[in-house]
Design a protein around this ligand. Structure first.
Ligand code: RB5
Length: 146
């Protein structure tokens, strides 16, 4: 089960990405928003980040206008490694090296076809572990210290 969430800027793209995930056989839990009124991306970031951090959802996708605000907010939840990616290379590496558990992008930055390529690159990549696990552990240690 993957979690998905967005603000008002990304309702249309969220629907496209949901369908894309479902077409790949991935079950999706939609945390909203589905209302076409201005809202705060922080609420949806927190809901998706909590679902992932608690293990209720395997990983998550968050979309706002730029992908920036929603990724900053998601990263405030312990255990979350949310990456804002506007192209597939960073999305792939964010999984291979950083074990990103939430992928973010901006509906005002990427078109729907590029967004699907970003999602596919992320889904198809595997965390490489090894020295990267050491660094991910060091990220967790920062959370514990602060
Ligand atoms: C909403 O207008 C916009 O600020 C939001 O979608 C996002 O881009 C923030 O980072």
């Amino acid at each position: 089960m993957y979690a998905i969430g967005n603000d008002h800027a990304a309702i249309e793209l969220k629907e496209i990405i949901k369908k894309h995930l479902e077409a790949r056989g991935i079950e999706v839990k939609d945390f909203g928003t589905n209302e076409n009124v201005s809202c705060n991306y922080t609420d949806y970031a927190e809901a998706v980040a909590n679902a992932v951090a608690k293990g209720e959802c395997e990983r998550g996708i968050l979309i706002c206008g730029t992908g920036v605000g929603i990724s900053i907010a998601a990263n405030k939840v312990n255990g979350i490694r949310a990456c804002c990616c506007s192209e597939p290379f960073s999305a792939k590496l964010s999984k291979q090296h950083n074990n990103s558990n939430i992928l973010c992008f901006g509906a005002r930055v990427v078109g729907s076809e590029l967004a699907k390529m970003i999602v596919d690159a992320w889904l198809d990549a595997e965390f490489e572990g090894g020295r990267h696990q050491t660094r991910v552990d060091m990220i967790s240690a920062i959370e514990s210290r602060n």
